[in-house]
Design a protein around this ligand. Sequence first.
Ligand SMILES: NC(=O)c1ccc[n+]([C@@H]2O[C@H](COP(=O)([O-])OP(=O)(O)OC[C@H]3O[C@@H](n4cnc5c(N)ncnc54)[C@H](OP(=O)(O)O)[C@@H]3O)[C@@H](O)[C@H]2O)c1
Length: 160
Amino acid sequence: MLNLIACIDKYNSLGINNDLIYHFKEDLKIFKEKTLNNIVVMGRKTFESLNSSPLPNRKNIIVSTTLQNPSDNSYEVTRDLNQILNLSKDKNVFIIGGKQLYEYFNPYYDEIHLTYVKDEFTKNYDKNSSIKLSINLHNFILSSSKDFEKFYINIYKKHP
Ligand SMILES: NC(=O)c1ccc[n+]([C@@H]2O[C@H](COP(=O)([O-])OP(=O)(O)OC[C@H]3O[C@@H](n4cnc5c(N)ncnc54)[C@H](OP(=O)(O)O)[C@@H]3O)[C@@H](O)[C@H]2O)c1
């Protein structure tokens, strides 16, 4: 199963200066619960934004044409995106960012987990400098929506 998991605000912003804009403890906890013991896939820039440290207790795959596989096998580097699609046939794979990866896999998601920051918690930053998510939800139906204090989480499933 292939999943997208991301947090955006009303401007669809994902990040700024190769960093996140929002750090909600509760959302990060849910992210951890969902991805733990599964496979997480991220682009090289997102990996670097995590200080090039793999997320613990998950298999980490970094998509890059410039990085090498580490000698300690703590993560895996690939440029073969078909390999990720093949893995998702019998494993739970989460695309965890950034924009380039989220958008590349758009036609293939089984589920999309989107955290939407509520308007009143939207930060004031230079909108022209942020990286914005642009995905098509046309072939998806809203499966659940959960409300939290600062955000809500919608899960969309591929239209049967
Ligand atoms: N809000 C959220 O939920 C969330 C989640 C994650 C990230 N983010 C934010 O997103 C931003 C980073 O996103 P981004 O789009 O700039 O970068 P990204 O998708 O994280 O990484 C881009 C890099 O991935 C590699 N890549 C992408 N497509 C590839 C392909 N088809 N084949 C081989 N390699 C490929 C390339 O690495 P090489 O140049 O090494 O080849 C490319 O430079 C940051 O601000 C981060 O904080 C937000």
